[in-house]
Ligand binder design. Structure first.
Ligand code: UD1
Length: 350
């Protein structure tokens, strides 16, 4: 399949590009590089051993998006394009709603106009809001505490309505906590500024780019007092996108939803201990007050993905830490600045 990867230069997008090529598909990367660097393209070409087709384009621009779809005629889309920082979304809700929703509208319009009928949407467990565990895909009440999260709730709903009306195949993938990096150590998560999420913060402390790790709360009603999450390796997650794309056409329903996680919780203290094991030294850390809006415990019920896609995670917390450390220690400041060596494709938008 020729697969247009919207936001393909980002963290999960780039790992999915690698897995698409490994599975024999042809990715077309479209990214505006607002939160990524062009040099990731060179790394992707190096890992995959192929020349990649890529565009520097803002998918919120409808005529440009349509021109790319008309030129490339992709069989399917994986839609990762969007802003994703929870805290920033509270400060700048209009930017989040405008960007994340306009990108979705624009992609949907271009799909309908060009006859592309399959889309996988990058959603999040954040759509469960504070619903009670176990979290299953049939949960009727979706909500979120942040504008970022609400763009995922709204994106799911908007795409569902469009898919049903226009007979598209839609897969909504609800990620739990993606971490880790490709085993090559050449691509990984590269947050600009101080990381908000736990694994990037741990990695920055280990690489000497942040003085100490703050552990947000040791007084939760959990086994060691710290909060519990369901971390999954980004390579397992990337593979789930490929399987979802390949299998979407085989279901009666035009819209399918899958939780993607391990089904097992790991506490903050446990994750930090596993990372210290992987890097071989102790990290500077300090317990701090709970972070506003955090839940004590959240983990996936991933059984539907196993039953319907035959997908389950294969990599462990140890793999997640080892691979993150390989990426971070080889690239303490992330990707190099500057333009890609690889030449982008271009289109003339009317
Ligand atoms: C967060 C977002 C979620 C988003 C997900 C993306 C919030 C409230 N939720 O989830 O919407 O989809 O990231 O992966 O922001 N922690 C520390 N020290 C740190 C950073 C985090 O102790 O420096 C703790 C947090 O308090 C939390 C756990 O680590 O208990 C995991 O945090 P994080 O990686 O931000 O993920 P989530 O909060 O699950």
């Amino acid at each position: 399949m020729k697969v247009l990867v919207a936001g393909g230069a980002g963290y999960i997008g780039s790992h999915t590009v690698v897995e698409l090529v490994k599975a024999g598909h042809e990715p077309v990367i479209v990214d505006n590089f607002s939160n990524s660097k062009e040099t990731v393209i060179d790394r992707l070409e190096e890992i995959t051993g192929t020349h990649l087709t890529w565009y520097r384009a803002d998918l919120a621009d409808q005529s440009l998006t349509r021109a790319i779809f008309e030129k490339e005629t992709p069989d399917a889309v994986i839609h990762f394009a969007g802003y994703k920082a929870v805290g920033e979304s509270v400060e700048q809700p209009l930017d989040y709603y405008e960007n994340n929703l306009n990108t979705t509208f624009s992609i949907a319009r271009a799909m309908i106009a060009s006859g592309c009928d399959t889309i996988v949407f990058s959603s999040s467990a954040t759509v469960y809001g504070d619903a009670e565990l176990p979290l299953t895909e049939s949960e009727p009440h979706l909500d979120s505490l942040s504008p970022y999260g609400y763009t995922k709730v709204a994106g799911e709903r908007i795409l569902t309505d469009i898919a049903q009306a226009h007979d598209l195949k839609l897969g909504l993938l609800r990620y739990f906590n993606p971490v880790g990096a490709d085993a090559s150590g050449r691509i990984g998560e590269n947050p600009l500024g101080r990381p908000n999420n736990l694994m990037p913060a741990v990695a920055k402390v280990a690489a000497g780019r942040q003085d100490k790790l703050l552990i947000f709360g040791d007084d939760y009603p959990t086994r060691d007092g710290s909060a519990i999450r369901d971390y999954l390796h980004v390579t397992d997650l990337a593979k789930a996108h490929v399987v979802a794309l390949e299998k979407l056409g085989g279901f009666d329903s035009s819209v399918k939803i899958w939780n993607l996680g391990t089904g097992k919780g790991t506490s903050v203290f446990e994750l930090v201990a596993a990372f210290e094991q992987a890097c071989g030294f102790e990290l500077a850390k300090e317990v701090a007050p709970r972070r506003a809006g955090d839940r004590a415990e959240i983990y996936a019920t991933p059984t539907l993905a196993l039953e319907e896609l035959g997908w389950q995670t294969e990599l462990t917390i140890e793999d997640m830490c080892t691979d993150t450390w390989r990426w971070q220690s080889n690239n303490p400041d992330g990707y190099p600045d500057g333009e890609a060596q690889s030449t982008p494709s271009s289109v003339n938008a009317s």
